[in-house]
Design a protein around this ligand. Structure first.
Ligand code: K7E
Ligand code: RUQ
Ligand code: CUA
Ligand code: CA
Length: 638
């Protein structure tokens, strides 16, 4: 029964699909399938447990003062932020708050950040919880162009955009009529205008089907999922597509023509037993140009109060390839993850409950849309066995793919063209190149530059969901373990463990020279900037009081200011310091106020003046030898 790991040849067996019993174990984070773990690998594909001593020319350790060669953008999971890591060191350099308040920068406290996050009628934040999974950046000519990154919030179906010049979130959009917004991917070219060689749209998949309109019915036959297209610049939802089944992760083709989402619930079940009842699920491909033509031609519906056009991309309505908006390619049992290979030719779906990866050739999907391919499934060029619980796939740009095996706690390196040859019938094609044990239960992985035409095959990061014994025990909550693997050689070499605060999912790794961040703001970036200390002062309009102030180390422009109890105070602070790294903070005791202003930044807060008295407002961000002395007094009169 043991699979020949060299060829990947496996007799169909209990390894073929994971049964419900194994799944129960999955929920406990236990390798429930140890009984059916792969047999000892054959020579040539031995699990790499080689010590990290051999770095294969990729030094993971940086000396003090040395800079990393790659940026990593990591989603923060339910901390609702995006983290910036330097690689190969694994050092966390920044957290970019997006969906949740952040006490360091005052995100969710300043008026500017509240406006981006969204407030209720009473001015309080609409949401203070989030769950980010996937972060991807804007493209030009198939590589990152350093303009934007996007990240999803699964809980409240929001998409946030990050400006990569300042590393700040500048817009958040909530998708209408969806729940469980999960996968996200920017397009890489325009589907129609070949001159537009950069990202103009971001595609978003909704994982949970809901009643449309949401009447609250338990009749799950009436539930639907929508695939959404968001404009990269305006961040408005351009259109949505109603599908059969659900969405999970999203991928886009390099020619801009296709976007796709893998589906694990083609059964449209409401219970997990139902969701895993079919032998095959699917990957849905969207013909973007046709969808946008249909929207233009008025062939859409809208739901509820949303004005967003919704096209019909269900199977039944799209049976004729020549007019179809969507194509459903079948993929074995509850696939998770769909990734575009850097040679621009394939999308790869990992099987999750099937130990396989399915390779779909994009040219053939386009052939089907032209009526030149009889069945959508004829676009499948390989479906090969990899190991238990395959989830996500990365690439080295040399024809190899790397797939996480959640249940096997491994990363498997495999050659895509050899897998295709094997699938075609060449049973001597050794497509599995290497395996390495990871610690433990990996979800996402990504290689340096993996999702670009410039995949460079140097580093691979693996997001291990369980760290167990890898770090000093700190009580019940364990960090995640982001492991770094050297993939520059034939065999993978484990380089380092990095503990990270829970709970990142996905990440991208790219060369540092693709970004040119600005480290000082421009005063003109802020319409309310107090450009001259002489503009400082207090102006009153009834109960509303405006306080304008500037900061220049080691002083605020106002030595004191006076307001009255019950006033609605809006305080605008501009940091006139121009020196890089010279950030000031501003805290008001007893009023729940603290925020920072970076060099040349303006921020404002609004609060109600409390009990009469003197309040020492002070700088919270160390800025100067006289940082402790950098204060002002707020006097509240009765
Ligand atoms: Cu696999 Cu949300 Cu990308 Cu997590 S999903 S691992
Ligand atoms: S003071 S350097 Cu509280 Cu010791 Cu900060
Ligand atoms: Cu200004 Cu510390
Ligand atoms: Ca299923």
């Amino acid at each position: 029964q043991a699979p020949d790991e060299t060829t990947g040849a496996v007799a169909p067996s209990r390894r073929r699909f994971i049964n419900s019993a194994a799944l129960a174990g999955l929920g406990l984070g236990v390798v429930a399938c140890s009984e059916s773990k792969p047999a000892a690998p054959a020579a040539g594909a031995a699990a790499s447990t080689a010590p990290a001593a051999a770095h294969g020319g990729n030094p993971g350790h940086l000396k003090p003062g040395e800079l990393d060669s790659y940026y990593g953008l990591w989603s923060g999971g339910h901390t609702g932020d995006v983290r910036v890591l330097g690689l190969p060191s694994g050092r966390e350099i920044l957290r970019i708050p997006c969906f949740n308040p952040d006490a360091l920068v005052g995100w969710g406290h300043t008026n500017e950040s509240k406006k981006i996050m969204g407030t209720k009628a009473d001015g309080t934040l609409r949401y203070t919880v989030a769950d980010t999974h996937h972060t991807h950046a804007s493209y030009k000519d198939g590589n990152y162009d350093g303009r934007y990154a996007w990240v999803n919030d699964k809980i409240n179906s929001r998409i946030a955009r990050i400006r990569l010049d300042y590393f700040v979130c500048d817009k958040i959009t909530q998708l209408p009529n969806v729940q469980g917004f999960h996968g996200i991917f920017p397009d890489k070219r325009d589907p129609v205008d070949a001159a537009i060689n950069y990202t103009t749209r971001v595609f978003c998949g909704a994982e949970f089907s809901i009643p449309l309109p949401n009447t609250g019915t338990l009749d799950d036959k009436k539930y639907r999922s929508l695939f959404s297209c968001v404009d990269a610049e305006t961040m408005e939802v351009r259109w949505q597509a109603m599908i059969d089944g659900n969405c999970d992760l999203v991928a886009t083709s390099y020619d801009g023509k296709l976007a796709a989402t893998n589906q694990y619930n083609t059964e449209m079940g409401a219970k997990y037993e139902d969701m895993m009842s079919a032998e095959r699920d699917a990957c849905v491909f969207f013909h973007i140009a046709r969808i946008e033509a249909a929207v233009k031609a008025g062939k859409f519906k809208t739901f509820g109060s949303s004005k967003v056009p919704v096209v019909d991309a269900t199977r039944e309505a799209n049976a004729d390839p020549k007019t179809a908006l969507s194509a459903y390619v079948s993929v074995p049992k509850n696939p998770h993850g769909v990734n575009a290979s850097p040679d621009q030719k394939y999308f790869i779906c990992a099987g999750k409950l099937s130990p396989t990866a399915t390779v779909i050739e994009l040219a053939k999907v386009l052939d089907w849309f032209e009526g030149k391919l009889e069945k959508t499934d004829a676009a499948i060029v390989a479906e090969v066995e990899l190991g238990l619980g395959p989830l996500h796939t990365g690439f080295d740009g040399r024809g190899n793919a790397f797939t996480t095996l959640f249940l096997d706690s491994q990363v498997v390196k495999w050659n895509v063209e050899k897998a295709i040859a094997f699938h075609k019938g060449d049973k001597t094609a050794k497509y599995v190149v290497d395996r390495i044990d990871v610690q433990y239960q990996p979800g996402h992985l990504n290689a340096s530059q993996s999702e670009t035409v410039a995949a460079d095959g140097k580093y691979l990061a693996v997001g291990c969901k369980f760290s167990k014994d890898r770090f000093l025990p700190v009580g019940p909550l364990h960090p995640e373990n982001e492991q770094l693997i050297d993939i520059s050689g034939e065999k993978m070499v484990l380089m380092a463990d990095h503990p990270v605060r829970g709970e990142p999912h996905d990440f991208i790794i790219f060369k540092r020279d693709l970004l040119k961040p600005k480290q000082v703001y421009a005063l003109d970036d802020f319409p309310h900037a107090v450009k001259d200390p002489k503009e400082s002062g207090v102006t009153r309009n009834g109960k509303k009081v405006l306080v304008k102030m500037t900061s220049q180390a080691p002083a605020f422009s106002l030595r004191e200011f006076t307001v009255k109890k019950g006033d609605e105070v809006t305080l605008i602070l501009t940091n006139l310091d121009k020196v890089e790294d010279l950030t000031h903070g501003f805290a008001v005791p007893g009023h729940n106020i603290n925020f920072i202003v970076n060099p040349q930044e303006t921020a404002s807060v609004t609060f109600t003046a409390g009990e009469p008295g003197v309040y020492w407002c002070y700088c919270t961000h160390f800025c100067h030898a006289l940082h402790l002395e950098m204060r002002t007094r707020m006097v509240v009169e009765a």
